[in-house]
Design a protein around this ligand. Structure first.
Ligand SMILES: [Zn+2]
Length: 341
């Protein structure tokens, strides 16, 4: 591939990465080496939130953060859910751009009586209401890839990934609700709070079916979608369909990688935890640029563990690229006030 390929205007916001107080330096170095001017630390809770909140102060022009609830506490403390709106507001006062609602809500989070809690449970309504009142963004990572809800055997196309993460299988219908039902619960909340903005991560958790995501984005003008850890899935569609989707929704799609900068090592969207060489990192980011900016055919996608297929580039227009890489996240996160440039 052309080694010269790089993002338009040479600057990108990664709307979906993970970083800890202890890994900020490594994160900033990798960002610097790969055109990433700003990264959203999407979802950090408990002690790690407090530590990160202190550590990232000198880097507010490079990094932002979103709060994450500790739903496990609801089990021991029935009042946790009632305190949640205040916890959220306190996190926003400490700098959080929003709250990330992880996949455990809808799949495993239980109330103190031991009942599975649905995302549109009325006990959670005050949380969304408060977020709307204080202008706080909500990021939803709801369910997981289609394959994780299908029987876990050697016919499953994500067999290799499930081997690495057995706890990512939600195929057991006696334990987990159907995938579509949980996505409907998420969409019910998005529709009920039209003035609240939602970042639906991982291609709104249905990049396997662009027609459905297209309909959702038509129905819900407050739904924003990030591309993190789903280039393999996006790239599986015919390039013409991928291009049509990214051009049509160019005002609400945001670049993201799901790059994890962890204390035990890093993850490139999906796959093993390790420390990557500079070349490995450049390959990872370059593959993203190649997908969005070229019409190259049949190249490896950035997260090979997700499945053994090749992707075709979609060669987006300059307008769509600038919005995807920068403008949409810049506006959604209100980055003008942080000196991000
Ligand atoms: Zn993530």
């Amino acid at each position: 591939m052309d080694p010269e390929i790089s993002p338009t205007e040479n600057k990108v916001i990664d709307s979906h990465l993970h970083v800890q107080a202890e890994t900020i330096d490594r994160c900033l170095r990798v960002m610097d080496e790969n055109h990433i001017r700003y990264g959203m630390n999407i979802g950090i809770g408990g002690e790690n939130f407090q530590k990160f909140q202190k550590a990232y102060q000198p880097h507010k022009d490079r990094l932002g953060m979103m709060y994450i609830f500790e739903w496990g506490k609801w089990q021991e403390d029935p009042d946790y859910v009632n305190r949640a709106p205040d916890l959220l507001e306190a996190a926003v006062e400490q700098g959080a751009h929003g709250v990330k609602i992880w996949k455990n809500l809808g799949l495993t989070v239980k109330d103190p009586q031991g009942n599975l809690v649905s995302i549109d449970d009325e006990r959670l309504l005050p949380i969304w209401q408060r977020a709307q009142d204080i202008g706080c963004l909500v990021a939803f990572h709801t369910v997981d890839p289609v394959a994780f809800f299908e029987p876990w055997n050697s016919d499953n196309e994500r067999w290799e990934e499930l081997e690495l993460h057995p706890d990512w299988s939600f195929a057991d219908r006696s334990v987990y609700p159907p995938r579509d039902e949980v996505l409907d619960q998420r969409n019910n909340v998005i529709k009920a709070f039209p003035d609240l903005k939602f970042q639906c991560v991982h291609g709104a958790n249905f990049s396997e079916n662009l027609d459905v995501v297209d309909q959702w984005m038509d129905q819900m003008p407050n739904m924003y979608v990030d591309t993190s850890a789903r280039l393999g899935e996006f790239g599986r569609h015919p390039a013409s369909a991928g291009k049509a989707f990214f051009e049509k929704h160019q005002d609400r799609l945001m670049f993201g990688t799901d790059r994890i900068f962890g204390k035990e090592g890093d993850v490139q969207g999906a796959g093993p935890t390790k420390i990557f060489s500079r070349e490995e990192d450049q390959w990872f980011y370059n593959t993203h640029w190649r997908y969005f900016q070229t019409e190259d055919k049949q190249f490896d996608h950035p997260t090979p563990i997700q499945g053994n297929w090749k992707i075709d580039g979609i060669g987006l227009s300059t307008d769509a690229l600038n919005k995807l890489y920068w403008d949409n996240a810049f506006k959604l996160y209100g980055l003008g006030q942080y000196g991000v440039a």
